[in-house]
Every structure is written in C-alpha cells, then in structure tokens.
Design a protein around this ligand. Structure first.
Ligand SMILES: C[S@@+](CC[C@H](N)C(=O)[O-])C[C@H]1O[C@@H](n2cnc3c(N)ncnc32)[C@H](O)[C@@H]1O
Length: 222
C-alpha cells in the first residue's frame, strides 16, 4: 500500500465565510478551478507565454499581484485553506483577472497530476515552517517533493522559495543543492538576503513571525 505523506498544513477552515464570500466562491470557483485528474496546464490558456504555480498562496495577494503584473502568464494556485481560496477568488474578481486558475487542496496531489516539463515557474513563499524537530516530517520541502517539482519544471524554469525561519532555509538549501536537477542562482549573500526585484511582499512575510529576516532561494531547473 502507498503511504500517505504527513499533512503539511494546519487548518483547512477558518471563520465561516460571509454570505457574500460564499456566493462569490459558488459563482466563480467552477470557472477558476483546475480540472480533475491529469491535465496539461498549457491547454487552459493556449495563448499564455508561461505557466506559473504558487504553492500555499495563503490569502492570494502575491498570486493576484503577479497575475495583474504579468497578464501574458497563466498562474495556477494551490491552497487547502478554504478561506484562502475565497480570498483569492475575491482578488480575482476585484482585479478582473483572466489568467488565474485555482486548486483547493494539497500541492503534492496537484503536482502529481501535471505532465513533465509543464511549468515555467514555481513560488513557495513562507511555507508552514514546522520548527519543532518532531514536526519536520510535515515540511513540504522533502527530497521526494523536490524531485517531483523538478519533473514538472521545464529546463531553465525557476523555483523561488522564501522563509523567515533559519533552520527551514538551511534544510531546503541542503536538499536543493544535493539534487542534480537544480542550480542555485545566488552569486553573493545579497542575492538571498534581499527580496528579488519582482517579489511582492506576502501577508505572512509582513507578520515577521520567524527567527531571521526573510531568505529568498532562487533555483533554476538544469
Ligand atoms: C505560513 S502560510 C503562508 C501563506 C502565503 N504564502 C504568505 O506568505 O502569506 C503557508 C500556507 O501554505 C499552505 N500549505 C501548507 N501545506 C500545503 C500543501 N501541501 N499544499 C498547498 N498549500 C499548502 C497553508 O494552508 C498556508 O496557507
């Protein structure tokens, strides 16, 4: 039997959605949702020049902001937290975005459904840090998931990982550097200490709950 990996997220539901929010989700999510089963994201918007994926988009502010800036790119988002999905749907409506698709669920399930080399860019921004050693198994950035990300990324595609937890930065860096599929773009400390020029500050980042200033790791698929 295939063992289910441990859950990487906390709650999937917060406060009950307001009637307006629930109605918005009911009206718009069917059109925004990624298809069930295996699918090729390039077919969802054939005129898109690139396909990006944001994993664990939280309230969706970063995803919506990038989608507004880069209308030529299709941006997929995956997030298990119902209230986060509702928040992204609100941003999509407010900004009249036509280049966003949403999957409510676990990124590991979504990525498993994507074809090889079907993504140009992946963002994993301030993922749940699971700082206690006994919870490290709940972290998203395990070797097996890093290999899956390499499978779905086209050569030359870019992965951005950000965290404000020192130990999680080191943990992720160690695993990405060990993988022959990825090449770290940093040439000097400022490259990982400073936010990349196209970064948009996230809600979780603004809370500064971690134990270090944000670290930005940018990797290219070999
Ligand atoms: C600490 S929050 C950060 C949210 C957002 N990226 C930000 O910076 O504001 C981490 C998010 O990742 C989501 N998450 C955790 N595990 C996930 C998984 N396996 N697939 C997709 N999202 C996940 C959580 O539900 C949560 O919303």
């Amino acid at each position: 039997m295939h063992d289910r990996p441990p859950r990487t997220y906390g709650r999937v539901k917060g406060r009950t959605l307001t009637a307006a929010s629930a109605a918005r989700v009911a009206a718009l999510l069917p059109r925004l949702a990624t298809p069930p089963g295996r699918f090729d994201p390039r077919a969802l918007k054939p005129d898109a020049t690139e396909v990006w994926l944001e994993i664990g988009f939280g309230g969706g502010e970063h995803l919506a902001g990038q989608a507004e800036r880069r209308p030529e790119c299709l941006i997929l988002g995956v997030e298990p937290f119902v209230n986060g999905v509702a928040s992204l749907v609100r941003h999509v409506e407010a900004l009249a975005l036509t280049n966003v698709r949403v999957c409510q669920g676990d990124a590991r399930d979504l990525v498993a459904r994507l074809p090889d080399a079907s993504l140009d860019r992946v963002f994993i921004l301030f993922p749940d840090p699971w700082p206690k050693a006994r919870h490290h198994k709940r972290r998203l950035m395990h070797t097996s998931f890093i290999a899956e990300l390499a499978r779905v990324m086209r050569p030359g595609g870019r992965l951005r990982f950000a965290t404000d937890w020192r130990d999680y930065a080191g943990w992720t860096l160690e695993r990405l550097l060990k993988s022959p599929a990825w090449s770290w773009t940093a040439a000097r400390a400022a490259d990982w200490r400073m936010a990349p020029a196209d970064h948009l500050r996230t809600r979780y980042e603004a809370k500064a709950l971690g134990d270090t200033p944000p670290v930005f790791l940018e990797f290219v698929r070999r």
